[in-house]
Design a binder for this molecule. Structure first.
Ligand code: ADP
Ligand code: MG
Length: 296
């Protein structure tokens, strides 16, 4: 028996590695005018690694202490940066103490109580703007970001004690996927990221994206999507994190990376890139357009 064309197209998308949740989604994919890409976990592999530890309050804590406290808190996180911090502690064979009162603040970082101290780990300007003037810490952040790292600050009882330099690898197929999207959509792809402008720029240059918006909180990603929509764009938003879910919901269509994608992102998305192969995105847009021609 032959399948109806739309159902056949849904099955075909599956063969390209994209799980499309309904036939309506194909219609929307076909209409996308711009692809907006998240950085961490989407254009990058999402397996960042801690490359440097800078203790910025000397005499109090060692690198070992910093990693132990930060990893204890990050153990509760589902963010790729959290996984990097935990992996560094595991590699150093550090036993992690238990924590209480864990909270994750998407786009900012994580907080918990460890051995009687409040420990925050994340983006200093978002987590503790009042502490952003700490000279040693500010200098370490500037230096690490200038070299393309994501600077993750560790605070103890509100005082910055260290900065971790974390680096992620750009996916090998990201540039090809960006070229593919650019060839299909009316407007070239844009990068929307919560990370710092310097790290964002480095990745954008590597993959061939020219429009970059960095330092975005989850609600800023929503605003960016709405602004594009206000200009008449139909945005296909590709992301992996809890921080991307609101923007996915606001977009014409939301696409989640399946591999390391958070549960919230997978649930919110209209389509999932199952094998984490980015060129599946332009492939499925092209397929959706062919299906639309067959149906209408
Ligand atoms: P992206 O948009 O690139 O995926 P996110 O919005 O998830 O980035 O995160 C933005 C920034 O918030 C990160 O670059 C980091 O500085 C900080 N951050 C968020 N979650 C964590 C965490 N669990 N540990 C450390 N830093 C975090
Ligand atoms: Mg992400």
């Amino acid at each position: 028996a032959t399948m109806p064309p739309l159902l056949a197209a849904v099955a075909n998308a599956g063969r390209h590695g994209v799980l499309v949740k309904s036939a309506v989604v194909l219609e929307r994919l076909a209409g996308a005018s711009v692809v907006a890409l998240d950085k961490t976990g989407t254009l990058t592999e999402g397996r960042p690694a801690v490359a440097e530890i800078r203790v910025t309050s000397p005499g109090t804590l060692s690198e070992h202490d910093v990693l132990r406290l930060a990893a204890a808190v990050e153990r509760g996180s589902e963010h790729p940066l959290g996984a990097a911090v935990v992996a560094a502690a595991v590699a150093a064979e550090i036993d992690l103490p238990p924590v209480t009162d864990f909270t994750a603040r998407p786009g900012r970082g994580v907080t918990a109580s460890v051995e009687g101290h409040r420990i925050d780990v994340g983006a200093l300007d978002r987590l503790a703007p009042d502490a952003a003037g700490h000279a040693e810490t500010a200098a370490a952040i500037t230096d690490l970001e200038a070299r393309g790292y994501t600077a993750v600050t560790v605070l103890r009882d509100g005082v910055p004690v260290a900065v971790l330099g974390v680096r992620d690898t750009v996916r090998g197929d990201a540039a090809a996927a960006v070229r593919g999207c650019a060839a299909l959509t009316a407007s070239p792809p844009v990068l929307l990221t919560g990370d710092n402008p310097r790290a964002a720029r480095r990745v954008a240059e590597e993959v061939g994206v020219t429009e970059v918006r960095a330092g975005l909180l989850p609600e800023d990603k929503v605003a960016a999507v709405q602004e594009l929509a206000g200009r008449g764009e139909r945005v296909a938003l590709v992301g992996d994190g809890v921080n991307d879910a609101p923007a996915m919901a606001a977009a014409h269509i939301g696409i989640a990376m399946g591999g390391a994608g958070s549960d919230v992102a997978l649930e919110t998305a209209d389509a999932v890139v199952v094998r984490d192969e980015l060129p599946a995105i332009p492939a499925v847009i092209a397929l959706a357009r062919r299906a639309r021609r067959l149906v209408i």
